[in-house]
Design a protein around this ligand. Structure first.
Ligand code: ADP
Length: 464
């Protein structure tokens, strides 16, 4: 790719990131949390530092005042100095402290220090913050005792300019460090989250390129076994299921059309015959009408079966059903069972929650098959048992049985064992798939097995 085109693509991708996508949102949250942390930490540092500096100034002021008072107070050891003595304030007074001595009549006696203006004369004042000439100061005032009398007052201040200056410098430093950290975190966060999420963007592109025609496409799995890998795996499994169900659906439609085409062609053939010779031969009209009637009946049944299978879920009308009654009711006296012997071995008082119509249909499918595939004189046994938490219905015949490799497949749509096809037994291979659908809708399962010496046994098990 040419350099300019590459730059364009990269910048386009970056602009995409600026839209509040996942990467943008993660970065925003990340930066917001960092701003909060930086703000809290800086405020704490700033406040702690200010307190420490102010404390130091307080101590310097208090020590100076105590020292001067000690030299003037006769209660302290040694000789007290006179308040008018200029040496009183020539001692070790720190340069940022200004001290002033005043008489009991509020007139200034002497002062020392950097502050040019006179201090407000107060007789007593605990340490307080004052603004003098636009600057902050700590101010304190104390009476001076000598010989049990108050001989004057001491006022002292210490400038806080240095503290404010140090704080300004610290504020600037914190601003710089915090700002750079935030910038670094924002850019780093965006790059990192983009990098982490780029496989997701790739996944997205792959998914949006998929169409119904390439359901066989799969997403690459890197093998890292991370969340994205698992997402790709789940997606691939979903595609697998989709593809299978799509293929099944296509197969179903193809089979259904094929099965419908045969009766339609027969009906069309009869229509042609009737058109040509119908007016001349009344017998032919009757035969053709009868044949059309049979075909239409078979087609109706086929369409009903197809509709049942096409339905996503069977809507069950649940009721408490006594299975003994239902089995006898739906299997006794069926015309196609006349040629067979039906034996019942049914436990009484076995109830399940089910849909009577669908359960009847289920039993009829199996009985109808026995009627179709078991030769005349054969036998069908129906057993009903209730064991523990399950109910089992076993239907067994002594017909030809089913080839072992087809025992599972007979429950698939349109599946017919070859022998059934070749012997021209009527049917479309839908009965047992409907039976399975009904059993599954009742949260049960159905399977078939061959019995010795011959015959097939269907197991239907419902959990209660
Ligand atoms: P259909 O009977 O319409 O062909 P089913 O789905 O009911 O379709 O049955 C599928 C196939 O299973 C049948 O074609 C038949 O080959 C086999 N089958 C079902 N029941 C029996 C049975 N009792 N004995 C032998 N084969 C059977």
């Amino acid at each position: 790719m040419p350099f300019v085109a590459k730059i364009k693509t990269v910048s386009k991708e970056w602009i995409e990131t600026l839209r509040p996508g996942l990467a943008g949102k993660i970065t925003l949250w990340y930066v917001a949390l960092l701003i909060l942390t930086v703000f809290l930490l800086s405020s704490l540092t700033f406040w702690g530092n200010r307190q420490a500096l102010l404390k130091e100034k307080q101590q310097v002021l208090e020590n100076t005042v105590l020292q001067i008072l000690a030299t003037l107070d006769d209660r302290s050891e040694g000789q007290a100095m006179n308040i008018h003595d200029p040496d009183v304030l020539s001692g070790n007074i720190p340069k940022e402290v200004t001290v002033q001595l005043s008489s009991p009549s509020d007139s200034l006696i002497q002062r020392a220090g950097q502050l040019k203006s006179q201090l407000p004369i107060q007789k007593q004042s605990a340490l307080e913050l004052k603004v003098l000439n636009g600057e902050d100061y700590y101010y304190v005032a104390k009476p001076i005792q000598s010989g049990g009398k108050t001989v004057g007052y001491l006022q002292a201040v210490i400038g806080l300019g240095e503290v404010n200056l140090a704080q300004k410098v610290l504020f600037k430093q914190l601003l710089w460090i915090g700002g750079s950290a935030l910038l670094l975190a924002a850019v780093g966060g965006l790059v990192l989250s983009r990098q982490v999420l780029s496989p997701l963007a790739h996944l997205n592109r792959e998914i949006s390129n998929l169409t119904a025609h390439d359901l066989n496409r799969r997403l690459p799995v890197s093998g890292n076994d991370d969340e994205l890998d698992r997402l790709a795996q789940s997606f691939n499994q979903m595609m697998e299921r989709l593809e299978t169900s799509f293929q099944k659906q296509q197969q179903f439609v193809a089979n259904a059309s094929h099965e419908l085409r045969t009766p339609l062609m027969v009906i069309r053939g009869h229509a042609d015959i009737l058109k040509r010779w119908g007016s001349e031969d009344p017998l032919l009209v009757r035969d053709s009408a009868e044949s059309v009637g049979v075909e239409v009946e078979m087609m109706t049944k086929l369409v009903e079966n197809l509709l049942t299978l096409a339905r996503e879920d069977l809507r069950l009308n649940l009721a408490t059903i006594n299975l003994e009654e239902l089995i006898i009711d739906s299997t006794a006296g069926l015309p196609y069972l006349q040629k067979l012997r039906v034996e019942y071995d049914l436990a009484s008082d076995v109830n399940i929650q089910g849909d009577a119509l669908y359960l009847r249909q289920l039993l009829r499918v199996i009985m109808e098959n026995a009627g179709k595939y078991v030769p005349e004189g054969g036998k069908i046994q129906i057993k009903l048992r209730s064991e523990g938490t399950g109910v089992t219905i076993v239907i067994e015949d002594n017909g030809p049985g089913i080839p072992p490799e087809s025992l599972d497949a007979i429950f698939d749509r349109f599946y017919r064992v070859d022998a059934a096809r070749s012997r021209n037994v009527p049917g479309h291979g839908l009965g047992l798939s409907i039976a399975r659908k009904i059993v599954e809708a009742h949260h049960g399962n159905i399977r078939a097995e061959n019995v010795v010496p011959q015959g097939v046994r269907f197991w239907i098990v419902f959990g209660v």
